[in-house]
Design a protein around this ligand. Structure first.
Ligand SMILES: [Zn+2]
Length: 105
C-alpha cells in the first residue's frame, strides 16, 4: 500500500494526546495525489490496535482553484491540469487544493 507520510504524522500527533479523539477531521485538497479510499485504508492501518481504533474519521475535501499568471483569471483545473480557460496559458498559481491538515474543532 502507498505510504502517506502526512497522514502518519497526523496520527502520531493524535496518539500523543492525553485524551483520545472520538472524531477526527482532516482537510484534504483536491490536488493531493490520494483518493478518499486510499486515505481511509491508510488510516485504518495506522490506527489499528491504538487508542484511535474506534475514532471516526471525517474527510473534508477542498476543491482546487488556480489563478492564471497571464490574465489573472481564477479557475478550477480539470483533471488536475493547468490550462487557463480564458487565454490558454499554462502558467498558474495554485490558490487552493493542496491542503492536508488536521482540522481542530
Ligand atoms: Zn489566462
Amino acid at each position: 500500500m502507498q505510504n502517506i507520510p502526512r497522514l502518519s504524522s497526523i496520527v502520531d500527533h493524535l496518539l500523543q494526546q492525553i485524551k483520545p479523539a472520538n472524531s477526527v477531521y482532516i482537510v484534504v485538497g483536491e490536488l493531493t495525489p490520494y483518493t478518499e479510499e486510499q486515505l481511509r485504508a491508510q488510516w485504518s492501518m495506522l490506527v489499528a490496535d491504538t487508542i484511535l481504533a474506534q475514532a471516526v474519521l471525517f474527510i473534508r475535501l477542498v476543491p482546487a482553484e488556480q489563478q492564471c499568471m497571464v490574465c489573472f483569471q481564477k479557475y478550477h483545473p480539470l483533471n488536475k491540469e493547468t490550462f487557463c480557460p480564458q487565454c490558454g496559458s499554462l502558467g498558474a498559481k495554485i490558490i487552493a487544493g493542496e491542503e492536508f491538515y488536521l482540522d481542530l474543532k
